[in-house]
Design a protein around this ligand. Structure first.
Ligand SMILES: CC(C)(COP(=O)(O)OP(=O)(O)OC[C@H]1O[C@@H](n2cnc3c(N)ncnc32)[C@H](O)[C@@H]1OP(=O)(O)O)[C@@H](O)C(=O)NCCC(=O)NCCS
Length: 89
Protein backbone atom coordinates (compact mmCIF):
# COMPACT_ATOMS: atom_id res chain seq x y z
CA UNK A 1 0.00 0.00 0.00
CA UNK A 2 1.05 3.56 -0.42
CA UNK A 3 1.76 6.33 -0.64
CA UNK A 4 -1.07 7.72 1.52
CA UNK A 5 -1.52 11.46 1.73
CA UNK A 6 -4.15 13.81 3.17
CA UNK A 7 -4.31 17.55 2.40
CA UNK A 8 -2.74 19.41 5.35
CA UNK A 9 -5.91 21.37 6.19
CA UNK A 10 -7.88 18.10 6.33
CA UNK A 11 -5.47 16.12 8.50
CA UNK A 12 -6.19 14.77 12.00
CA UNK A 13 -9.85 14.07 11.25
CA UNK A 14 -9.46 10.33 10.72
CA UNK A 15 -9.28 10.54 6.89
CA UNK A 16 -5.86 8.84 6.70
CA UNK A 17 -7.03 6.01 8.94
CA UNK A 18 -10.24 5.59 6.88
CA UNK A 19 -8.29 5.48 3.60
CA UNK A 20 -5.92 2.85 4.96
CA UNK A 21 -8.74 0.75 6.42
CA UNK A 22 -10.64 0.92 3.11
CA UNK A 23 -7.50 -0.21 1.27
CA UNK A 24 -7.01 -3.09 3.70
CA UNK A 25 -10.64 -4.17 3.24
CA UNK A 26 -10.18 -4.27 -0.54
CA UNK A 27 -6.98 -6.28 -0.17
CA UNK A 28 -8.68 -8.78 2.14
CA UNK A 29 -11.61 -9.12 -0.28
CA UNK A 30 -9.19 -9.78 -3.14
CA UNK A 31 -7.74 -12.73 -1.23
CA UNK A 32 -4.42 -11.13 -0.29
CA UNK A 33 -2.49 -12.68 2.59
CA UNK A 34 -1.41 -9.34 4.01
CA UNK A 35 -0.19 -5.85 3.27
CA UNK A 36 3.26 -4.24 3.26
CA UNK A 37 4.26 -0.60 3.03
CA UNK A 38 7.11 1.83 3.50
CA UNK A 39 6.20 4.42 6.07
CA UNK A 40 6.52 6.10 9.42
CA UNK A 41 6.40 3.38 12.12
CA UNK A 42 4.86 5.65 14.77
CA UNK A 43 1.82 6.22 12.55
CA UNK A 44 1.37 2.74 11.07
CA UNK A 45 2.01 0.78 14.28
CA UNK A 46 -1.22 2.29 15.59
CA UNK A 47 -2.99 0.54 12.71
CA UNK A 48 -1.40 -2.85 13.44
CA UNK A 49 1.62 -2.74 11.13
CA UNK A 50 5.04 -3.81 12.33
CA UNK A 51 8.43 -4.75 10.96
CA UNK A 52 8.75 -8.49 10.38
CA UNK A 53 12.44 -9.50 10.13
CA UNK A 54 11.54 -12.45 7.86
CA UNK A 55 10.25 -10.03 5.19
CA UNK A 56 12.90 -7.91 3.48
CA UNK A 57 12.64 -4.96 1.11
CA UNK A 58 16.11 -4.26 -0.19
CA UNK A 59 17.35 -0.68 0.06
CA UNK A 60 14.84 0.34 2.74
CA UNK A 61 15.66 0.59 6.47
CA UNK A 62 13.87 -2.27 8.28
CA UNK A 63 12.17 0.12 10.71
CA UNK A 64 10.34 1.74 7.78
CA UNK A 65 9.32 -1.49 6.06
CA UNK A 66 6.12 -2.55 7.78
CA UNK A 67 3.76 -5.44 7.33
CA UNK A 68 0.28 -6.47 8.42
CA UNK A 69 -0.38 -10.20 7.88
CA UNK A 70 -4.07 -11.10 7.55
CA UNK A 71 -3.63 -14.56 9.06
CA UNK A 72 -1.24 -16.69 11.06
CA UNK A 73 1.23 -17.11 8.21
CA UNK A 74 3.47 -14.05 7.94
CA UNK A 75 5.42 -15.30 4.94
CA UNK A 76 9.14 -14.83 4.44
CA UNK A 77 11.48 -13.64 1.72
CA UNK A 78 12.40 -10.64 -0.37
CA UNK A 79 9.46 -8.38 -1.25
CA UNK A 80 9.21 -6.69 -4.65
CA UNK A 81 6.72 -3.89 -5.26
CA UNK A 82 4.47 -3.99 -8.32
CA UNK A 83 6.01 -2.04 -11.19
CA UNK A 84 3.13 0.48 -10.90
CA UNK A 85 4.80 1.83 -7.75
CA UNK A 86 7.69 3.04 -9.91
CA UNK A 87 5.49 4.98 -12.34
CA UNK A 88 6.59 8.55 -12.93
CA UNK A 89 3.68 9.79 -15.08
C1 LIG B 1 0.12 10.49 7.50
C2 LIG B 1 -1.19 11.13 7.01
C3 LIG B 1 -1.69 10.42 5.75
C4 LIG B 1 -2.24 10.96 8.14
O1 LIG B 1 -3.49 11.48 7.68
P1 LIG B 1 -4.58 11.99 8.72
O2 LIG B 1 -5.89 12.08 7.97
O3 LIG B 1 -4.11 13.20 9.41
O4 LIG B 1 -4.58 10.74 9.74
P2 LIG B 1 -5.60 10.40 10.89
O5 LIG B 1 -6.54 11.53 11.13
O6 LIG B 1 -6.16 9.05 10.62
O7 LIG B 1 -4.60 10.24 12.13
C5 LIG B 1 -4.03 11.39 12.69
C6 LIG B 1 -3.10 10.96 13.82
O8 LIG B 1 -1.90 10.45 13.23
C7 LIG B 1 -0.80 11.16 13.77
N1 LIG B 1 0.23 11.27 12.74
C8 LIG B 1 0.16 11.86 11.54
N2 LIG B 1 1.35 11.76 10.91
C9 LIG B 1 2.18 11.08 11.75
C10 LIG B 1 3.52 10.67 11.68
N3 LIG B 1 4.29 10.94 10.61
N4 LIG B 1 4.03 10.02 12.74
C11 LIG B 1 3.28 9.74 13.82
N5 LIG B 1 1.99 10.10 13.94
C12 LIG B 1 1.46 10.77 12.92
C13 LIG B 1 -1.35 12.53 14.13
O9 LIG B 1 -0.54 13.12 15.11
C14 LIG B 1 -2.72 12.16 14.67
O10 LIG B 1 -2.59 11.72 16.02
P3 LIG B 1 -3.77 11.96 17.08
O11 LIG B 1 -4.96 11.18 16.58
O12 LIG B 1 -3.21 11.40 18.35
O13 LIG B 1 -4.01 13.41 17.09
C15 LIG B 1 -1.02 12.65 6.78
O14 LIG B 1 -0.45 13.23 7.93
C16 LIG B 1 -0.16 12.99 5.55
O15 LIG B 1 -0.67 13.09 4.43
N6 LIG B 1 1.14 13.17 5.79
C17 LIG B 1 2.08 13.50 4.70
C18 LIG B 1 2.34 12.32 3.80
C19 LIG B 1 2.87 11.13 4.56
O16 LIG B 1 3.75 11.27 5.42
N7 LIG B 1 2.32 9.94 4.27
C20 LIG B 1 2.72 8.71 4.94
C21 LIG B 1 3.74 7.96 4.18
S1 LIG B 1 3.00 6.90 2.99
Amino acid sequence: MGPVSVRPDCQRQGIGKSLIEAGLRRLRESGAKGCVLVGEPRYYERLGFRNLPELILEGVPPENFLALPFGENTGRGVVVFHEGFGATE
